[in-house]
Design a protein around this ligand. Structure first.
Ligand code: GPK
Length: 793
C-alpha cells in the first residue's frame, strides 16, 4: 500500500464513516479514520486465517482470561502491517503529526497487571505464529480505574474507554448465548436437567488481532451482557416505566466493570457471576464451532484446547462436564475424561490469599448443578487415586485451584522457580498424585510491541546490524554480541537511550511540570503496588541515600532519578500508604536545594500500558526487588532487559532466568533466596535485628516514623515504620543492607558510562529468549499439542 492509497482510504473513511470533511475533522476523527483504514487491511488476512483454520481442520486454541490488558491497538496494528512509514507520509501530506493521531487512542485497560498483559502478548504471538486461536474474555464497559493524586494520596476515578467508539471491534448481534443462574436441578430419564431461574444474554464483540507482517490474524472475542428482555412488560404496561427497566440494569452490571484487585480476589457474588458468564459463553461458542466441523464429541481433545488463565475461568471444568453429560448424553466419567483432555490451567501466584475459594452456599445458589458435578469430579478423582484423596470441595468451600488442577491435563507455572515452588507448596499433594501434570512455561513478552513499536531508535540500530529477522525470531539478538565492540556501536546504542530519555524528560515536563536531568540515571520501578513487590524497600533506600548526601554534599554522587508508577487496589490500605509515603518523600527531596541535583523521586500517576511503552525504553535501571518466592515471574523485568536496562533484583520469578541469560556480571543481584527468606522469618525479631545491625536503615525508618515527610501531620507514616520494625512479613529490613550495597555498585558502574553501556547492550543481546513467541511454542508443544497453520518458511 502506498501512502497515497492510505491517505485516500483515510479521507474516504473520514467522509463516509465519520461524516466529516478534512476541514472540520478533529484529531479524534482522524484517529478513527486511520483506524478504520488500517482495519480494512486486516480484514482479508483475518478471513483468510479463518478459512485456513477450517480447511486444514487444525486444532484450535482458546485462551480464556478474565483480563486482556491490550492498551492501544492502532500503532501495534500499523507496525505489524509494516505501514509505519506509509502512515507517516500520509499524515505528513495531511499536515498532522502521526504521533498526535496515535496518542488520541484511549488505553484499553481491561486488566489489572501482569496476568492481563500476558494474555495480550500471548494473543499477539499466536497470531504472529499463525496458530488458529481465539482469546475469550469480558468486554468491560469500565476498565481499570484512573489514578490521580491529591495531597500525595491515591484518588480513583472511573475509566471510560467506551465513551468513544471502539474502532477495532465488530459487534456480533447474532452471536449470542443465554446464560442461566440459580434455579433447580431435576432428574428426567436418568439425566439431570438444570433449569435456571434467571438469565441473561452474552453477546460477542470481535477484535481482530493481526500478527507480524500481516500473515495471520486471530480474534479476541469479548462478551457483553444484555438482558433477555429490555422491559418487564407487565410493569411497562401498567405505567411504571422506570421499574420496568430494572432487569436491564441488573443484567448489564455483569460486564460493567473490571474488579480492580490484583492477586487478591474479593469473593463477591458478582465476580462469580462474571466468571461463569464469560466461561459458559466461550465454551458454548467453541462447541458450536466444533459441531460445524465434527460429529464425534470424543474428538474434542484432539481438536480443541482451552487454556485457563488462572482459576478465574476454572468453572469451565464442571460446565464442560455438564454440557457433555447433561446436554449431550455422555456418561459422567467419560465427560470428565473428555473435558480434562481439553483443559489446562496456568497458575500465576503462590500467595495464599490469591487462591480463589467460593462458599458452597453461594455457588450452590448460583450454580446448583455445578456443585453436584464438582462432587462427582471429586468422587471420580478419589476413585482414580484411592490411596490418598485431595478434593476441590472441602469444608463448605470450592477451592478453584484444586478444581482447575484436577480438571486440567496440564498445570503450568510461569517461571522455573515458581513452578518448582508450586510443586513444593500449594500443589504438593496433587503433584505427588500426578507427577507429570505440572510443567513450566516461563512467561515472555511480544517484541513487536515492546521493542519494535515502543523503541524505534533501538530497533533501527538492531535492524541496521542484523536485518529485521529478529522481530520474528528474537534469539537472533545474540547476533549483536560480536558487534558490541565495533567502532561506533556502543555510541549508537547510548545515543538511542539518551534520545529516549530526552523524550521522556520533555513529556514529564509537559505533563507534570517537573524538571529531570537526562544525564542522571533513570531508576524505574513500575508495577502494581503490593507489599511483596516492595516499593517501600526502594523508597527507604532513597531516604537513606538522601540522608547520606546531606551528610556529605560534596561527595562523588552518581545522579539519579527514581521513577515510580503503579496503582493500588482501592481497598488495599497499606499499599495506598506506600504511595502516600513515596509522594511525600518526593516532595521533600525534590525541594532540597542541596541534594536534588543528585537525587529526585517522581511518582507518575495513572501508570498503564501506554506509559510503560514510554518509560521502559528510557530506563537505565530496572527495579525487580520482590521478596524471593513471591513474584511468580514478572514480565516487566523482561521488557527492561530487552530495552537495555540492567536489573537490580532478587532471585525471584523470572529474574533467575534473566540473570542466567544475561550473565551474572550483567545483573545486580542482592537479597535472600526463597529458602533463606523462610528461614529468616523463623526469627521472631528479624526486623529488629536487621535494624540494630544497620544504622542507615534505623535512621531512614526514624525519618519515616517522625515528621520529616509528614508536613504538619507528624506520625502520618508511622504505620509503615511500625509494620517494618515489627513483623515485616516481606523482610524489607532484612534485605535492606544488601540492597544498599548493590545500589552503590550500580552507582559505580553507571559512573563509567562505557562499562554501563556495554552491560546494557549485553542485556539486549542476551534477552531474546524472553519473547512470548518462545512461550507460545512451549505451550503448543507441551500442553496443547497444536501448531501453526502457516506454511513453513
Ligand atoms: C498474578 F495471581 C496473579 C494475579 O492475580 N495477577 C497478576 O498479574 C501476575 N499476577 C504475577 O504476579 C506475575 O509475577 C506474573 O508475571 C504475571 O501474573 C503473569 O504470569
Amino acid at each position: 500500500m502506498t501512502s497515497v492509497e492510505l491517505r485516500d482510504s483515510i479521507l474516504h473513511h473520514l467522509k463516509y464513516s465519520l461524516g466529516k470533511d478534512a476541514e472540520h475533522a478533529v484529531t479524534y476523527d482522524w484517529r478513527m479514520a486511520l483506524s478504520l483504514a488500517v482495519r480494512d487491511r486486516i480484514t482479508d488476512p483475518w478471513f483468510d486465517a479463518t478459512r485456513a483454520s477450517y480447511a486444514g481442520q487444525h486444532k484450535r486454541v482458546y485462551y480464556l482470561s478474565m483480563e486482556f490488558l491490550i492498551g492501544r491497538l492502532l500503532q501495534d496494528a500499523i507496525v505489524n502491517l509494516g505501514l509505519l512509514e506509509t502512515a507517516q507520509s500520509a499524515f505528513d501530506e495531511i499536515g498532522l503529526p502521526l504521533v498526535d493521531v496515535l496518542s488520541n487512542e484511549p488505553d484499553a485497560a481491561l486488566g489489572n497487571g501482569g496476568l492481563g498483559r500476558l494474555a495480550a502478548c500471548f494473543i499477539e504471538s499466536l497470531s504472529s505464529l499463525g496458530v488458529p486461536a481465539m482469546g475469550y474474555g469480558i468486554r468491560y464497559e469500565h476498565g481499570l480505574f484512573k489514578q490521580s493524586f491529591q495531597d500525595g494520596k491515591q484518588i480513583e476515578a472511573p475509566e471510560d474507554w467506551l465513551q468513544q467508539t471502539h474502532a477495532w471491534e465488530f459487534e456480533r448481534p447474532e452471536s449470542t448465548y443465554h446464560i442461566g443462574f440459580g434455579g433447580t436441578v431435576t432428574e428426567k430419564n436418568g439425566r439431570s436437567i438444570w433449569e435456571p431461574e434467571d438469565g441473561l444474554i452474552a453477546q460477542a464483540f470481535d477484535t481482530p488481532v493481526i500478527g507480524w507482517k500481516g500473515n495471520w490474524a486471530n480474534t479476541l472475542r469479548l462478551w457483553s451482557a444484555r438482558p433477555t428482555q429490555i422491559f418487564d412488560l407487565d410493569q411497562f404496561n401498567s405505567g411504571d416505566y422506570i421499574a420496568a427497566s430494572a432487569p436491564e440494569t441488573l443484567a448489564r452490571t455483569i460486564s460493567r466493570v473490571l474488579y480492580p484487585d490484583d492477586t487478591t480476589p474479593q469473593g463477591k457474588e458478582l465476580r462469580l457471576k462474571q466468571e461463569f458468564f464469560f466461561t459458559a459463553a466461550s465454551l458454548r461458542d467453541a462447541l458450536r464451532r466444533f459441531d460445524t466441523e465434527y460429529d464425534d464429541l470424543r474428538m474434542l481433545p484432539k481438536k480443541v484446547a482451552f487454556q485457563l488463565n488462572d482459576t478465574h475461568p476454572a468453572i469451565a471444568g464442571p460446565e464442560l462436564v455438564r454440557i457433555l453429560c447433561d446436554e449431550r448424553g455422555m456418561k459422567m466419567e467419560d465427560a470428565i475424561t473428555t473435558a480434562r483432555g481439553c483443559l489446562a490451567y496456568t497458575n500465576h501466584t503462590l500467595l495464599p490469599e490469591a487462591l480463589e475459594r467460593w462458599s458452597v452456599d453461594l455457588m450452590g445458589r448460583l450454580l446448583p448443578r455445578h456443585v453436584q458435578i464438582i462432587e462427582q469430579i471429586d468422587a471420580a478423582h478419589a476413585k482414580e487415586k484411592p490411596k490418598r484423596t485431595v478434593t476441590a470441595l472441602e469444608n463448605g468451600e470450592v477451592k478453584m485451584g484444586e478444581l482447575a488442577f484436577i480438571m486440567g491435563h496440564k498445570v503450568n507455572g510461569v517461571s522455573a522457580l515458581h513452578t518448582d515452588l508450586m510443586k513444593q507448596t500449594v500443589f504438593k499433594d496433587l503433584h505427588e498424585l500426578h507427577p507429570d501434570r505440572i510443567v513450566n512455561q516461563t512467561n515472555g513478552v511480544t517484541p513487536r510491541r515492546w521493542v519494535l513499536g515502543a523503541n524505534p531508535r533501538l530497533s533501527g540500530l538492531i535492524t541496521d546490524v542484523l536485518g529485521d529477522g529478529w522481530v520474528a525470531d528474537l534469539e537472533q539478538l545474540k547476533g549483536l554480541e560480536p558487534h558490541i565492540d565495533d567502532a561506533g556501536f556502543l555510541d549508537r546504542f547510548a545515543a538511542a537511550k539518551r534520545a529516549n530519555k530526552t523524550d521522556l524528560v520533555d513529556w514529564v515536563k509537559e505533563t507534570h511540570d517537573l524538571d529531570l536531568d537526562p544525564d542522571a540515571m533513570f531508576d524505574v520501578q513500575i508495577k502494581r503496588m503490593h507489599e511483596y513487590k516492595r516499593q517501600h524497600l526502594n523508597i527507604l533506600e532513597a531516604i537513606a541515600l538522601w540522608q547520606e548526601i546531606r551528610d556529605n554534599p560534596t561527595g562523588n554522587w552518581t545522579p539519579r532519578v527514581k521513577i515510580f508508577g503503579g496503582k493500588a487496589a482501592p481497598g488495599y490500605v497499606f499499599a495506598k500508604e506506600i504511595i502516600h509515603l513515596i509522594n511525600d518523600v518526593a516532595a521533600v527531596l525534590n525541594a532540597d536545594p542541596v541534594t536534588s541535583k543528585y537525587l529526585k523521586v517522581v511518582f507518575l500517576p495513572n501508570y498503564n500500558v501506554t506509559m510503560a511503552e514510554r518509560l521502559i525504553p528510557a530506563s537505565d535501571l530496572s527495579e525487580q526487588i520482590s521478596t524471593a518466592g513471591k513474584e511468580a515471574s514478572g514480565t516487566g523485568n523482561m521488557k527492561f532487559a530487552l530495552n537495555g536496562a540492567p536489573t537490580i533484583g532478587t532471585l525471584d520469578g523470572a529474574n533467575v532466568e534473566i540473570r542466567e541469560h544475561v550473565g551474572a556480571e550483567n545483573f545486580f543481584l542482592f537479597g535472600m533466596t526463597a529458602p533463606e527468606v523462610d528461614e529468616r522469618r523463623l526469627l521472631g525479631d528479624h526486623a529488629a535485628q536487621a535494624i540494630a545491625a544497620d544504622p542507615r536503615l534505623a535512621r531512614a525508618l526514624d525519618a519515616v516514623r517522625g515528621d520529616v515527610f509528614s508536613t504538619g501531620d507528624a506520625g502520618r507514616h508511622a504505620v509503615i515504620a511500625d509494620n517494618l520494625s515489627t513483623h515485616d512479613y516481606f523482610v524489607v529490613c532484612s534485605d535492606f543492607t544488601d540492597y544498599w550495597r548493590a545500589q552503590r555498585e550500580v552507582d559505580a558502574v553507571y559512573a563509567d558510562q562505557n562499562k554501563w553501556m556495554h552491560m546494557a547492550a549485553l542485556n539486549t543481546a542476551r534477552s531474546g529468549w524472553f519473547s512470548s513467541d518462545r512461550s507460545m511454542r512451549g505451550y503448543l508443544a507441551d500442553i496443547w499439542n497444536a501448531g501453526s497453520a502457516l506454511p513453513e518458511k
